[in-house]
Design a binder for this molecule. Structure first.
Ligand SMILES: C[S@@+](CC[C@H](N)C(=O)[O-])C[C@H]1O[C@@H](n2cnc3c(N)ncnc32)[C@H](O)[C@@H]1O
Length: 382
């Protein structure tokens, strides 16, 4: 090496630390960096956590780990993962470890965070399903709204997963069961029609309250009705509850029911059709029978309900959550008497709407008031 090259090499080496420091200073002074760091903490990581937990809960992975630590093989078997995809399963699980939701020791994965442990519990299934609903359906409503406005597209019922919704709607179980308990006659034989029965949980609850109750449980979505039928068999109710796939709007039934219930589904019908839909529900009621509609209503400060409302605003079927006064008017328009709304807790968005079918004639004629004989519902209330 000649003298000149040697001098250059020494100079370069001596300058290197200064160059690094200058580059670091430039990077750190980048005005976008603080924003990125804040977003990483407040948005990105919670979103990653929520997505991971929703998928781990929905796929049953959390439930598997709740009973014992699981190795990759047993989780792969549970998920039906092909041998060539085991490495990809490991990559996903390792992100769960990185997020602090899972732990990996001695080749086994186990639950680590309190949230993961809570979501793994059977008793919290509705909450786990609500998290899945939020990520799979609420997030697309927020994310896709501008595009949908542009191309005019709408959500369809098939964009929902009926089985997930049937589980997540049980987050309001306490409210619905309270309304059923207030409405249902306990001692006389009762014929119940439940429309949009979802999991069938409330038919089961009603059957538990009244041992002489028999029911027809109907749901529009075939896979939901199928699951309801399985649930009824598992709950030992198959001989008391008939389950059918069907649409309230086209059901062909006699006015044979003492009670008709619609829980958490009035917003599956367009606002302008609701009075007609309710009149149809009335047509299945025997004279003196009771309709019970339960629903979250608009005007609450619950953000989740507002986003649910948004989803239905963007749907090609259904409509917004009802307003209390609006639904009361529609019940009256449908020919119900003694129409009222109650709520279990003050300040809550959830309401129970009750109306009586006093009419003895066919629906479409003016309701005939025969209010002197107590209805089954009045018996329940007394
Ligand atoms: C949000 S889920 C509620 C399920 C259940 N009632 C509950 O509260 O857990 C609404 C259900 O109503 C059903 N549904 C919607 N429109 C219907 C219709 N026209 N006839 C029968 N069922 C309907 C849907 O298929 C869905 O399962």
């Amino acid at each position: 090496m000649d003298l000149l090259s040697l001098a250059r090499a020494v100079k370069d080496r001596a300058q290197e630390p200064f160059t690094d420091l200058a580059a670091m200073a430039r990077i750190v002074a980048d005005p976008r960096l603080p924003l990125l760091l804040v977003l990483n903490r407040t948005l990105f990581t919670p979103l990653y956590r929520a997505s991971f937990l929703a998928a781990a809960a929905g796929s049953g992975v959390l439930r598997c780990m709740a009973s014992r630590p699981c190795d990759l093989e047993s989780l792969a078997e549970h998920l039906g993962t092909r041998p060539e995809d085991r490495q990809r399963l490991r990559a996903w699980l390792d992100i769960g470890v990185r997020l602090g939701e899972l732990d990996r020791r001695e080749g086994c994965y186990r639950l680590k965070s309190r949230t993961a442990k809570a979501l793994a519990q059977v008793a919290n299934d509705a909450v786990a399903a609500a998290l899945e609903e939020l990520l799979r359906f609420h997030v697309p409503a927020l994310r896709d709204a501008p595009r949908m406005l542009k191309d005019g597209s709408r959500f369809e019922l098939s964009d929902q997963d009926g089985l997930v919704i049937a589980r997540s709607s049980l987050v309001v179980r306490g409210f619905v069961e309270d309304a059923v308990a207030r409405t249902l006659p306990r001692t006389t034989p009762v014929r119940l029609l439940e429309v949009g029965c979802g999991s069938g949980t409330y038919v089961r609850y009603a059957a538990g309250l009244n041992p002489r109750l028999t029911a027809l449980a109907v749901d529009l979505q075939a896979e939901v009705a199928e699951q309801t039928a399985k649930n009824m068999a598992q709950w030992g109710l198959a001989d008391r509850v008939e389950t059918r796939q069907g649409d309230l709007r086209t059901l062909d039934l006699q006015p044979q029911f003492d009670v008709v219930t619609l829980h958490n589904n009035i917003y599956y019908f367009p606002q302008e059709e609701r009075a007609e839909v309710l009149a149809r529900a009335r047509s299945f009621l025997a004279p003196g029978g009771t309709l019970l509609v339960t629903s979250s209503c608009r005007g609450s400060s619950t953000l989740g309900l507002e986003v649910l409302n948004l989803w239905f605003e963007y749907a090609g079927f259904g409509g917004p959550l009802p307003r209390e006064d609006e639904l009361l008017d529609q019940l009256r328009e449908a020919g119900f008497d003694g129409v009222r709304a109650t709520r279990a807790l003050p300040g809550q968005a959830f309401r129970a709407f009750v109306g009586t079918n006093s009419a003895t004639g066919p629906v479409g004629s003016l309701p005939v008031r025969t209010a002197t004989t107590p209805t089954n519902a009045e018996e329940a209330a007394s």
